[in-house]
Design a binder for this molecule. Structure first.
Ligand code: SF4
Length: 482
């Protein structure tokens, strides 16, 4: 069967798979990572796949229509996110009409709004984690067995919507069966299209595990896509992929491990790091981490080629951290940051302005905290309540959300826009603290020694190029705001 997997056209360089799904101020562009995993599963089951990344290729709807005619698929799978849902449904409907294939929508909003999506004209809504669901849909169409036994889908038949039971989340064993996503990138995409300001360039993003058992109230991945059950690929399988990348994608300068929870198990970290060293792999990698990671694990990671930790600190105020159920205090974060620096790991520190009960005082505390811990790179986001999360329910119940639809959380160029406002901390306050915090950190003389240290590391020239690229995009963004 021929399956067309589409990251639909939307605003220029829209990162549909980033946490806040927007065009990134630093110019980042994420891989369509989940669609790419689905491509691997389909190919493993002998289906023919065309994977199209319209935002990366600068394609509009007309380009997609031309391309899909040539491929003439039996099944069209479009990915969506909350911020682009109407657009994505519209694109899928239009190309389905042209081609006459069965259409499926996947991605975070599908688990929350399957009825809306089906009523708007998509044939099937594949809820939550979807790689194996798409395989089952393809097989049921091929052998004519019908949709009624496929777990995790909703569909409309004779005007009536049916919600089949949820599919169980993948197991660790199933994750080991999925082909390397880097192989899919190699065969279907151009790795030079993708860029993260905090990694060396070019880079690839991979998962070594899925699901997060933590309870952060604002985080949508566990609630809308990957679940809370943590499952992991085996160590051999992960390091085999590292080896594949070093051999088959020699131009790649860094692997970024996108797991929410790569640093959750101390033993597994040690095993992965020992295996990388045992095989003598000379590859730089980075990962997401929580600010309670211990010194020994960080030391092992650094020795095995780890360069940077992307860490959700979120706030410099302990009450806010408690409210958002981060499970980490500012003192944990201080200790962690010192240890990471001792080991020689770089830190990308993520903060959010505008979580419930934020005030000017707590926001000031966050700015002071950032200046105190001095991360190598910082990122400040506008708190966005995403359907399915505790934060969304709280903001909705208290009438703090200013819009009816998350699509209004992007401005006309696709950058993140504030859609919450509290009596004690308004929408304008949130926006101005994000801009002020960025300016005060990066444009202050005290950032110069940090930037110097960044470029004096191994791969200093690549560090410099990445910083300059992000700085150019950031300054353009600030100029535009003025
Ligand atoms: S630890 Fe990270 S992935 Fe897990 S719930 Fe918190 S923010 Fe989300």
């Amino acid at each position: 069967m021929k399956v067309y997997l589409l990251n639909p056209p939307f605003v220029h360089r829209y990162s549909r798979n980033s946490r806040w799904a927007a065009r990134c101020r630093g110019g980042a562009l994420y891989y369509p990572i989940w669609l790419s995993y689905a491509a691997g599963v389909l190919e493993n089951n002998r289906h023919r796949v065309r994977l199209v990344d319209a935002p990366a290729w600068g394609w509009n709807l007309e380009n997609v229509k031309e391309d899909i005619k040539d491929f003439s698929p039996d099944l069209i799978v479009g990915e969506s996110n909350f911020q682009s849902l109407t657009n994505d449904v519209g694109v899928i409907k239009e190309i389905k009409t042209e081609i006459g294939a069965v259409s499926v929508l996947v991605g975070p909003p599908v688990s929350q709004f399957p009825d809306r999506i089906l009523n708007d004209g998509v044939d099937i809504a594949a809820r939550f984690e979807y790689d194996f669901t798409i395989r089952d849909i393809a097989e049921s169409i091929e052998d004519g067995s019908g949709l009624e036994n496929i777990k995790g889908i909703s569909y409309k038949e004779n005007g009536r919507i049916t919600h089949n039971p949820d599919r169980k989340f993948s197991t660790s064993e199933e994750l080991d069966e999925i082909p390397f996503v880097s192989k899919v990138y190699n065969e279907h995409l151009n790795i030079k299209d993708y860029f993260l300001g905090h990694t060396l360039y070019p880079m690839v993003q991979i998962f070594t595990g899925r699901g997060c058992p933590n309870q952060c109230t604002f985080c949508s991945w566990p609630e809308t896509l990957m679940g809370r059950k943590h499952r992991v690929r085996n160590v051999e399988n992960v390091v085999d992929e590292f080896e594949y990348i070093t051999k088959e994608l020699p131009e790649v300068k860094e692997i970024f491990i996108e797991d929410d929870t790569f640093t959750i198990g101390k033993n597994r970290i040690k095993e992965v790091c020992s295996e990388i060293k045992r095989r003598g792999l000379d590859i730089t990698w980075s990962c997401n981490a929580r600010a309670n990671l211990d010194y020994e694990s960080m030391k092992a990671m650094k020795d095995a080629g780890c360069r940077l930790l992307d860490v959700g600190y979120e706030s410099g105020n302990d009450t806010i951290l408690k409210n958002i159920k981060k499970g980490i205090t500012t003192n944990d974060s201080r200790k962690f940051t010192e240890d990471a620096k001792r080991v020689g790991l770089m830190i990308l520190a993520d903060f959010i302005f505008g979580m419930p009960r934020e005030t000017k005082e707590t926001a000031e505390q966050t700015i002071r905290f950032v200046k105190e811990i001095k991360p190598n790179i910082v990122q400040f986001s506008i708190a966005t309540p995403i359907p399915g999360t505790e934060f969304y329910n709280y903001a909705k119940e208290n009438n703090y959300i200013l819009v009816d639809d998350l699509e209004e959380s992007l401005d006309e160029e696709g950058f993140q826009k504030c859609i919450v406002s509290y009596p004690e901390f308004t929408k304008e306050d949130i926006g101005s603290y994000v801009d002020r915090a960025l300016k005060e950190y990066y444009l202050s003389p005290s950032y110069i020694p940090i930037a110097m240290r960044n470029v004096m590391r191994k791969n200093g020239l690549h560090e410099l190029k990445g910083m300059l690229k992000s700085a150019r995009v950031f300054l353009r963004y600030m100029g535009r705001k003025k």
